[in-house]
Design a protein around this ligand. Sequence first.
Ligand code: HEC
Length: 472
Amino acid sequence: MGTRAWLAGVVAGVLLVMCAEASAAGPVTFNKDVLPILQRNCQTCHRPGNIAPMSFLSYETTRPWAKAMKAAVITRKMPPWFADPQYGHFSNDRSLKQEEIDTIAQWVDNGALQGDPNDAPPPIKWPENGWTTKPDVVLNGVPYTVPPTADRNVIEWITLVTPTGFTKDTWVTSVEIKPSELGVTHHICVSFVPHRPGTVYNTFLWVDKQRDETGAEVAPSARKVLLPTSDGRGREVAARDRGNIPPNASNGTGNAEQNISCFVPGRSLSDFRPYNAALLVPAGYDLSWSIHYTPNGVAATDRPEVGLTIAKEPPQRWLIETGNATDPTNFAIPPNASNYAPEPAEFTFLVDAELHWMSPHMHVRGKDMTYKLVFPDGKERIVLNVPHYDFNWQLGYDLAESIKVPKGTKMVVTGHYDNSANNKFNPDPNRTVYFGNMTWEEMFTPFFAITVDKSVDPKKAVKSPRNIGNGA
Ligand code: HEC
């Protein structure tokens, strides 16, 4: 074999190997390889009208984000997901498999090609107007204009009551909350409440709270304390003694009803249809709203809507959502504490139930939360562990298979808070942090949803030391 022939052979061989690699998988393209991943794992948020600021529905809108996408998936910043995979499987787990991460990375490294349009999967038919469900009934809120700024940047939690217009008992099978101005909407929670004589419809109500210069709520009995500062002059802040919190401090809006659904980052829909369950809304009930807006520099008028699906047949099961078991008078995170553990939140199941959903709620100092079931025979099972809680994502975790919870079972939820300077979200490590609504105060609210047989009185299904389901 002459040199030339040998060289040609080598080149042909190399070419053969390269072609074999390329044609086995083909070059990674948007249409063939990336779009299916985006449809499954990203588009639920990354589409017009939803919470993510950019759309990943088409190549044109996705291409500019290619580099950022690679970085976001490799670091597992996206999709947001915080459950420890050791415990439980969740149907809304959108986290990527390693091969999917590799596919996105290769796509970006090879120039983010579009590929053959014939390779693209059919587009997902996302519901119109930003709804995830196709609501049977839409209830309107009242437009609210959020100013560009506010004193201490605080707009107190607002409550509002609007009529449902339900003239007969109604079985609500899903509740979806859709603000029009996502940028200023911190949360919107709704509950169905009995109509009270004297209820004034469509009127915003809030409690004017006294706040110190940091924005923290000052209880009526507050006193000032001097905190040491590096310049030696000290700084005066309001302080509350442990056990000194007014009874309604965690729920100063007076809205003590059970919230049935909330719009918070990463979650806007409560869907009971997969469980054959519904919420009974008696005729004449009103819709109560708890709304928290945060100014973000530009005036915005929010027009929130609530979309409901309704069952025509009576449901097999009732849905119950709860989560508040913390005594606020016993909750105080000391300055600079890096691993504060409040008293565990404890719930006792008074009837046989099925657990479907959990959603840890803490604020910026929240660090981790673990839900454990303690069965009547003493066996224990961790059902959700969120080892690195991130306040920016209020995710709900939908159990892929519901868990049977026999009567007498306890749910015990533990958590930790980081009030040290190492917590980059901590606005002030030098203060004691009490229970309260605002993000610089703290909450310890392990929301969860269960269903019970329709013969059960939903009010007598779960017991906690403090049976109030309010707060987000
Ligand atoms: C639960 C909703 C949700 C899902 C699911 C989701 N995202 Fe996002 N994503 C957001 C939101 C909201 C933002 C903007 C706020 C932020 O950056 O945290 C964002 C931001 C991003 C950014 C910009 C990040 C940056 O560093 O600036 C990228 C890139 C991104 N997402 C990619 C993805 C990809 C790829 C997927 C799917 C594999 C995905 N996201 C799934 C909600 C989501």
